[in-house]
Design a protein around this ligand. Structure first.
Ligand code: PLP
Length: 393
């Protein structure tokens, strides 16, 4: 056997990717599996975006670009931040990466030292804690329970801060809960963070456009402009434009930090794919109607799924503010069915007995829940919910 690094032994493979792979393997064996595990829209990438990629290919845009992204794409991102968020950035404050995942990876590598602490509200996107561990730092998890709509309070944040805290992560709308911090809630978190000027803030706005709450979308720096110098805003085209496979994410923030992240990227992947960058220019600058079309569909599915789940004994699903996830509390089912020890047992049994793949809440740092992705057809959702109802009995 080969002795592997402590670093790689400290992390686990992405559980959401693992569930998706497991469902695919069962399907390949001929099993009838409905996958509600994947974190990606089921729509095709809009045609005008694909056309832009074809044009780029035909024009020979097949070579290295600047490590931090083409001038065209950085301009499109600067325009997007100005248009949607009222935020102003110069080109040296923008970094384009191979997906939002790499944006956060670069941030962790550029910022964190052994012993540093990163505050991560749970339920969290599965990759934050592991990417923090890969940077030798320590994830500090605060739990937002159901009665808090899965969000943390200012008091919880304050209590978690130590003199080792280097970074606080906010993901709103949230994967996996679909919840969004309101303007007032962000103001209150900002009031706490204002007292600790050495702490940086990462706001992951990946689901900004898959959002249907009444209040217009806002992130913490839009609400607290005085935090601009220590906030990094992360976003990407994966979810809004159904472009998960193209691998383009981006970040806007302090030039010094962005420069350090660029240096990390220059010694790992170099630039993101040239063709994908050209397509992303069209995604950001082109007609935004496609975003609305997908949003309407996700909201319809959300309404159907939440209502159906809440009719099942032992399940409580809160209505979400956006994303294509629903995160029901299954505590009541676990009480009724003692043969299921926890949410991981639940997900495993549901997959084996009924062929429905979901992700256990434990993967996101909150037990007694499961995450359903509603990024699949209405027929699939109807069948899946029928099977879940049968499973629960
Ligand atoms: N941030 C959140 C909250 C996500 O859910 C995801 C994807 O699942 C990402 C970032 C990264 O997306 P990508 O690397 O596909 O751009």
């Amino acid at each position: 056997t080969i002795k592997l690094s402590q670093r790689v032994q400290s992390i686990k493979p992405s559980p959401t990717l693992a569930i998706t792979a497991r469902a695919a393997a069962l399907r390949a064996e001929g099993k009838d599996i409905i996958g509600l595990g994947a974190g990606e829209p089921d729509f095709d990438t809009p045609d005008h975006i694909k056309q832009a990629a074809v044009e780029a290919l035909n024009k020979g845009q097949t070579k290295y670009t600047a490590v931090d992204g083409t001038a065209e794409l950085k301009n499109a991102i600067i325009k997007k931040f100005s248009r949607d968020n009222g935020l102003t950035y110069e080109a040296n404050q923008i970094l384009v990466s191979c997906g939002g995942k790499q944006s956060f990876f670069n941030l962790a590598q550029a910022l964190l030292e052994s012993g540093d602490e990163v505050i991560i509200p749970a339920p969290y996107w599965v990759s934050y804690p592991d990417m923090v561990l890969l940077a030798d730092a320590k994830p500090v998890i605060i739990i937002g329970d159901r009665d808090q709509r899965y969000k943390i309070t200012p008091q919880q944040l304050e209590d978690a801060i130590t003199d080792k805290t280097r970074l606080v992560v906010i993901n709103s709308p949230s994967n996996p809960t679909g919840m969004t911090y309101t303007r007032a809630e962000l103001e209150a978190l900002g009031d706490v963070l204002r007292k600790y000027p050495e702490i940086l803030i990462a706001t992951d706005d990946m689901y900004e456009h898959i959002y249907w709450a009444d209040e217009p979308f806002c992130n913490i720096v839009m609400v607290c402009p005085d935090l601009y110098d220590r906030t990094i805003v992360m976003n990407g085209v994966s979810k809004a434009y159904s472009m998960t496979g193209w691998r383009i994410g981006y970040a806007g923030g302090p030039a010094q930090l962005i420069g350090a992240m660029k240096k990390i990227q220059s010694q790992s992947t170099s630039n993101p794919t040239s063709i994908s960058q050209a397509a992303s220019v069209e995604a950001l600058n082109g007609d935004q109607g496609c975003v609305q079309t997908m949003l309407v569909e996700f909201k319809k599915r959300h309404d159907f799924v939440v209502e159906a789940l809440n009719k099942m004994p032992g399940i409580t699903a809160l209505e979400t503010d956006g994303t294509f996830y629903v995160f029901p509390d299954i505590t009541g089912v676990l009480v009724n069915k003692p043969e299921l020890k926890d949410d991981m047992d639940f997900a495993e049994a549901l997959l084996v007995e009924k062929g429905v793949a979901v992700v256990p809440g434990t993967a996101f740092g909150l037990k007694n829940h499961i995450r359903l992705s509603i990024a699949t057809s209405e027929t699939n959702l109807q069948n899946a919910l029928q099977r879940i109802a049968e499973f629960i009995g």
